[in-house]
Design a protein around this ligand. Structure first.
Ligand code: HEM
Length: 153
């Protein structure tokens, strides 16, 4: 965007505009650095089907969050018995904004009710609830990524 675009227009016929600056990390080669946030859930054997059912009926609000890039629910097969909720974001700020949003609260409404039923030991998003015994947040920066090459021919 040319520099002039950043200054709200004051000329006749130009209304001042609000300029939104998006926090974005750039690496040394000038590439954008996404962040990965993985919520690691300990789920008892009996609650696995329930957890997957919850996610099958999830709010679907995260898709509309600003800076959201990707989500996957990962079911453990070998090496761990913990589920992972993989999310990728344009920036740390975008992720934090989402966790503080109503969309996050609504996306965790059921999990929050679980926590209340479990005696209010939670932190508002479901710690101690029946669907997930415990939750741990892991954070990463994307160093490299690749997609398959388009088929030639
Ligand atoms: C604090 C502990 C947390 C627990 C126990 C938990 C558990 C759950 C559960 C059970 C659901 C299914 C919906 C429901 O039952 O309400 C859900 C939704 C979701 N969780 Fe969490 N969660 C926690 C925090 C987080 C964090 C920090 C992230 C960030 C990676 C995250 C990512 C998501 C996403 C993306 C959805 C789907 C929301 C949507 O569709 O809009 N959760 N979580």
């Amino acid at each position: 965007m040319p520099a002039a675009e950043h200054s709200p227009g004051r000329r006749a016929g130009h209304r001042p505009r609000t300029v939104v600056v998006i926090a974005d990390r750039i690496d040394r080669e000038g590439r954008h650095v996404s962040v990965v946030k993985i919520n690691v859930l300990t789920v008892s054997e009996e609650m696995r089907a329930e957890l997957e059912k919850r996610f099958a009926g999830r709010a679907g609000l995260v898709e509309s969050a600003d800076g959201f890039e990707h989500f996957e629910l990962l079911r453990p097969v070998e090496g761990t018995d913990r589920y992972m909720v993989y999310t990728r974001w344009r920036s740390e700020e975008d992720f934090e904004r989402w966790t503080q949003s109503q969309a996050f609260q609504r996306g965790h409404a059921e999990a929050a009710r679980d926590a209340e039923r479990a005696g209010g030991q939670g932190h508002g998003h479901g710690h101690g609830g029946p669907a997930a015994g415990a939750a741990e947040l892991w954070s990463f920066e994307v160093v490299q990524e690749a997609d398959p090459k388009p088929a030639s021919g």
